[in-house]
Design a protein around this ligand. Structure first.
Ligand code: FAD
Length: 591
């Protein structure tokens, strides 16, 4: 065809108003089907929008920094693009920067109900060294949960893990060690805060070796516990890197393992930036969790959750923190009113916060790591944390040999029962995209195990997956956010309770928080919630429960919360919606 066709942003799940961070084509370029055209980046995902058909680019309609949603026109193309109806095929989520979810940051299209094309299952290999009903590849929170649930449902299970210790990223180099160090940070911050109220403890003396030892002991206790739980369930653990050599066989080192079903739970690894010098002072999150000393000046590249959590730790331990983020907000995509109290607090503590700023170069020398930023700014640091998201491991396990589709970024598409395109092979956790969070991985693991065991109705169909930034203050949200509602034109009724009116928040000396609930107008059903303040990560759970039960504002307002607690702020926010609040003036009288 010779007329130009508009290429629009296809369905990109829950993401709206997402910035264009890269334009991968120019006018005059000839592109093939699925060639990437532009890269979009939300707080949780970096997505390449592929060409729906072959053709020649005739006009670009977006520039870097423009914000787009489903249906926005990206460019014009001549060629076969008409065949795609002017849209594009599904985007590929990638592993690049972003707010790294709770450390993840990358997300792929969520599991879909649409059937995936599936080849017939081949017969199991008869001459393998081991055979199991279910082989689980990877022992992170997704993998060990799947293995244990499958064993509890009566299946013979083998769990393959390349490292000696079970638990994956979460237990070894993610959630658990980071939260252990964050607890230390919280204790230091609380002691510091009390100085203004008559109790001074003096400057803390930090024994990094002892602190690291404590963190290690927590990790060891949990990972050791997993080994015990595996043994008691007769889950056989095979240590070594697994790789598919066929649709029913894996090699693990020298050994072969055949299976009737496999659950791929091989997770993700830290993404990095190109052209970084190989220098021990430049670390990813794993390195930052293991630093042997507290750096005087620390640069954190990437202001997603992982970067900000590690900044919280090192700020409390005494580092002067500089933050740099290519996007225009901390935890990009999170509602600005939730991020504001955190931004305000750290702006007063950190050396500098650079938003909408790219790192131009990084050079290591004896004096430190010299970094150049946009705008000819520069700095020298004793440590640099690169926290620019995570990339899935789908391309590293020989999945294609088993016929499993892996997208070009390493994600494995699955349906709501966690099945890949190969009917007896499932995938769960970070490797399938969606928010890269441990609780999502473990729930998906249970679903995969139950589907294999034939449990009726097993499917991954949550109403909400909560996200928490364990910063100071903490930020937590779930379900529909205000930003997303606005971008998608969804009308919501908003109720906010400021923590300045919470007795408990005041008694903690931390009244900067807020609790926000979003309801469906008319029914007042809970659609989403967000909180910022100390312990927000604990409080969000009540709202997740409420949304799963289909609760409305009245249900939450009539729930008697213990006094004085921060949990009351959920009830109070609902009372604000109901107009029954007495601890503040009601926004408007409803009844
Ligand atoms: P993983 O935990 O990545 O486990 C995959 C396992 O597979 C690994 O053990 C790996 O060694 C193994 N493996 C990979 N390839 C092979 C192979 N070929 N053969 C054998 N084994 C293989 N999430 C939260 O929900 N809350 C948090 O507070 C939180 N904090 C985080 C903090 C940090 C610093 C980081 C980095 C992440 C954090 N996360 C958090 C994210 C969370 O850790 C992940 O979402 C979660 O671990 C994903 O679980 P998984 O089972 O999919 O994969």
């Amino acid at each position: 065809m010779s007329t130009a066709t508009e290429i629009r942003v296809p369905d990109i799940g829950d993401f709206t108003d997402v910035p264009v961070i890269e334009i991968l084509v120019a006018v005059g370029d000839t592109v093939g089907v699925e060639d990437p055209l532009v890269t979009l980046e939300s707080d949780k995902a970096t997505m390449e929008i592929p060409a729906p058909a072959a053709g020649v680019i005739t006009q670009l309609r977006v520039a870097i920094g423009d914000r787009v949603s489903e249906g926005s026109v990206l460019l014009l193309m001549e060629g076969d693009a008409d065949g795609a109806g002017g849209g594009t095929s599904a985007p590929a989520a990638t592993s690049a920067p972003a707010a790294d979810g709770a450390g993840g940051g990358t997300s792929a299209p969520a599991p879909t109900d649409a059937p995936l094309p599936r080849p017939p299952a081949p017969a199991p290999s008869a001459d393998a060294d081991h055979h199991a009903d279910v082989v689980v590849l990877g022992a992170g929170p997704g993998g060990y949960t799947a293995a244990f649930r499958a064993a509890d449902l009566g299946l013979k299970v083998m769990l393959v893990e390349r490292y000696e210790r079970l638990g994956g990223v979460c237990l070894n180099v993610g959630c658990i060690p980071s939260k252990t160090l964050l607890h230390a940070a919280r204790v230091i911050a609380e002691a510091e805060e009390m100085a203004a109220h008559g109790i001074s403890f003096g400057t803390p003396v930090v024994d990094v070796e002892a602190l690291q030892g404590w963190k290690e002991s927590v990790v060891a206790k949990l990972t050791g516990g997993l080994a015990g739980l595996a043994a008691r369930r007769n889950v056989e653990v095979l240590t070594g890197a697994g790789r598919f050599t066929g649709a029913n066989v894996l090699t693990v080192g020298e050994e072969t393992v055949s299976f009737d079903h496999c659950i791929i739970a091989a997770g993700s690894e830290a993404a990095t930036l190109p052209d970084l010098p190989d220098d021990p002072r430049i670390v990813d999150s794993t390195g930052a969790l293991a630093l042997a000393e507290v750096p005087k000046r620390m640069l954190v590249i990437g202001c997603g959750i992982v970067g900000l959590e590690m900044a919280t730790v090192y700020d409390a331990l005494g580092s002067k923190i500089t933050l740099v983020e290519v996007l225009d907000a901390l935890i990009h995509g999170c509602d600005p009113d939730l991020v504001r109290p955190l931004h305000r607090r750290i702006a007063g503590r950190y050396a500098e916060i650079m938003l909408s700023t790219r790192v131009r170069s990084v050079t290591a020398s004896e004096e430190g790591v010299a970094v150049e930023f946009d705008g000819e700014r520069q700095g020298v640091f004793d440590a640099v944390l690169v926290a620019v998201g995570r990339r899935p491991n789908g391309g590293l396990i020989g999945a294609d040999t088993a016929g499993v589709v892996v997208d070009e970024r390493g994600f494995i598409p699955v349906d709501a029962q966690m099945r890949t395109n190969v009917a007896h092979i499932y995938a769960i956790g970070d490797i399938v995209g969606g928010p890269m969070l441990a609780h999502k991985a473990s729930h998906e693991g249970k679903v995969a195990a139950e589907v294999i065991a034939g449990v009726a109705g097993a499917a991954f169909d949550p109403r909400a997956i909560p996200s928490v930034a364990y910063t100071d203050p903490e930020i937590a949200w779930m379900g529909l956010s205000e930003t997303e509602a606005a971008a998608r034109g969804i009308e919501v009724e908003k109720a906010v309770f400021p923590w300045a009116a919470s007795g408990r928040a005041l008694s903690l000396g931390r009244d900067e928080g807020l609790t926000k609930l979003l309801f469906e107008p008319g029914t007042r059903r809970l659609l989403g919630a967000g909180m910022v303040g100390v312990n927000a990560g604990e409080l969000i759970a009540e709202t997740v429960h409420a949304i799963e039960l289909g609760a409305d504002a009245e249900d939450l307002a009539l729930t008697i919360h213990p006094h004085p607690t921060l949990s009351e702020t959920v009830g109070f926010a609902a009372e604000m919606a109901e107009g029954t609040i007495t601890d503040l003036l009601p926004p408007r009288k409803r009844r």
